[in-house]
Design a protein around this ligand. Structure first.
Ligand code: GLN
Length: 191
């Protein structure tokens, strides 16, 4: 049976994840209401604006359903999506889903340089090419518990973390043609 990955489409940069997943031969579904999660084997929470996304998640009645989904299926959170996966955020306007035990720091890389790119080493492919990572007003990470694995760093900061099922990233892996990160996360999906 083919896997179906949901991409939360309430707000933000969801379309390029759909393109990336289709290149990998994976079916996708844009998710705008809770019942649509039933058809998904995994979920991507994309980048965007976490204060807005947080409000829309609550207004659409998806707060608890997303938490329930993450108990049983893998989630990948990118940038604002990473912020939504955290246990706590340094901005009270965001009500995080508390999917992974880390604290997210919004716009951690400063107001002057909102965006930058860097070639980073992926721990799961340490002998392979570096990954060209785009950071766009990216969040920082403070891990809060042992179960979290740091999967990539940039200038000694954790920028990709995982717990064996979920992954959360400060940067946008969907903005390159390099699908290694999506493929890595997909290997957590059992169907
Ligand atoms: N700075 C945004 C936030 O705090 C995240 C930016 C992004 O997703 N690229 O929500």
């Amino acid at each position: 049976m083919n896997r179906t990955v949901g991409v939360l489409a309430l707000q933000g940069a969801y379309q390029k994840h759909v393109d990336c997943l289709s290149r990998l031969g994976v079916d996708t579904l844009l998710i705008r209401k809770a019942s649509e999660l039933d058809q998904c084997d995994g979920l991507i929470i994309p980048g965007g604006e976490s204060t807005t996304m947080s409000l829309l998640i609550q207004e659409s009645g998806m707060y608890e359903p997303l938490r329930d989904f993450a108990q049983v299926k893998p989630v990948m959170g990118v940038c604002a999506g990473m912020i939504m996966m955290s246990a706590s955020v340094d901005d009270q306007r965001v009500k995080p889903l508390q999917i992974m035990p880390f604290r997210a720091l919004r716009n951690h890389y400063g107001r002057q340089v909102h965006s930058f790119s860097a070639d980073i080493t992926l721990d799961f492919d340490a002998d392979g090419d570096t990954f060209h990572a785009h950071f766009i007003r990216a969040p920082g990470v403070e891990t809060l518990a042992n179960g979290i694995e740091v999967l990539a760093t940039c200038n000694d900061e954790s920028v990709m973390i995982g717990d064996g099922g979920h992954i959360a990233l400060s940067f946008h892996p969907e903005l390159t043609d390099d699908a290694r990160i999506h493929a890595y996360w997909l290997s957590n999906i059992n169907v």
